[in-house]
Design a protein around this ligand. Structure first.
Ligand code: CAA
Length: 257
């Protein structure tokens, strides 16, 4: 891995991925995105891992797709390379993903954070979709996920002006979970990961899938989907363990089965 660092078990059941192109503010070139796709796939297939944290460094989560790599491409080359297809793997990841964001999360960096399931931000975090300033527009979900997350008026303003918003505004807009001092953003993301890692991984995966379904379908179909997943969980040992532990007034010990 040249552009990311992967720590398979940073802590029990938690996989950590650090974007690691600090000089370029973690600009997301094709190689980095390929490594990220493969790392997520591996962590998703690793039975020991229950939650994944993606982070950058204090100055930048990621400053967007690599502009220098794209600048001279023709439309047909862009179509053939189809760089955003690697992003589908991130979306397909079954395990919960937490973005630990400090500094710039711009363009593809903002889109990457929004593709994760939850965002913990440092007080220095800056989110934005500045593609419009370089003559293009968001291409990795910015017009879709950001709009779903913050509503049309705010998404339009961010996408059409390219303005950055700080962590306070992002919190007000409702697309991040928490703001913490800069020295604590990764710890806080790990705290959140730890609390989810204690749950049944069978249940967290089906719950994640069900929440995501709310964005894909109408209410009747979404409720049906949720109900089936709820019933399916009664096939797991974790459901028996979780409910028995409640009745016996003890902490559950979930095995992911
Ligand atoms: N692509 C390629 N290189 C980038 C980059 C990017 N997105 N962002 C930063 N860099 C590079 C800079 O070119 C610079 O490299 P050199 O030292 O070799 O010149 C290095 O990272 C440090 O950057 P700056 O000197 O610019 O740092 P700064 O602190 O002065 O400014 C910044 C920081 C405001 C984030 C500025 O770098 C910037 O505006 N970056 C581009 C942001 C952007 O437009 N992102 C959208 C990209 S397109 C996209 O993401 C499409 C999509 O939908 C996926």
């Amino acid at each position: 891995m040249n552009f990311i660092k992967v720590i398979e078990e940073q802590e029990k059941h938690i996989g950590l991925i650090q974007l690691n192109r600090p000089k370029e503010l973690n600009a997301l070139n094709l190689e980095l995105m390929g490594e990220l796709r493969d790392a997520l796939k591996n962590l998703d297939n690793n039975n020991q891992i229950r939650v994944i944290v993606i982070t950058g460094n204090q100055k930048a989560f990621a400053a967007g797709a690599d502009i220098k790599q794209m600048a001279d491409k023709s439309a047909i080359e862009m179509l053939q390379i189809d760089q955003f297809s690697t992003w589908d793997q991130i979306r397909k990841t079954k395990k919960p993903i937490i973005a630990a964001v400090s500094g710039f999360a711009l363009g593809g960096g903002c889109e990457l954070a929004l593709t994760c399931d939850m965002i913990i931000a440092s007080e220095t975090a800056k989110f934005g979709q500045p593609e419009i300033k370089i003559g293009v527009m968001p291409g990795a979900g910015g017009t879709q996920r950001l709009t779903r997350a913050v509503g049309k008026a705010r998404a339009m303003e961010m996408v059409l002006t390219g303005k950055f918003i700080d962590a306070e505004e992002a919190m007000k807009y409702g697309f991040i979970n928490k703001i913490v001092p800069v020295e604590k953003y990764l710890d806080e993301a790990m705290n959140l990961a730890r609390s989810i890692a204690q749950m049944s991984p069978v249940a967290t995966q089906l719950a994640k899938e069900s929440v995501n379904r709310a964005f894909e379908t109408h209410l009747d179909e979404g409720l049906h989907f949720e109900r089936k997943n709820f019933y399916l969980l009664f096939a797991s040992e974790d459901q028996k363990e979780g409910m028995a532990a409640f009745v016996e007034k003890r902490a559950p010990d979930f095995q992911g089965k």
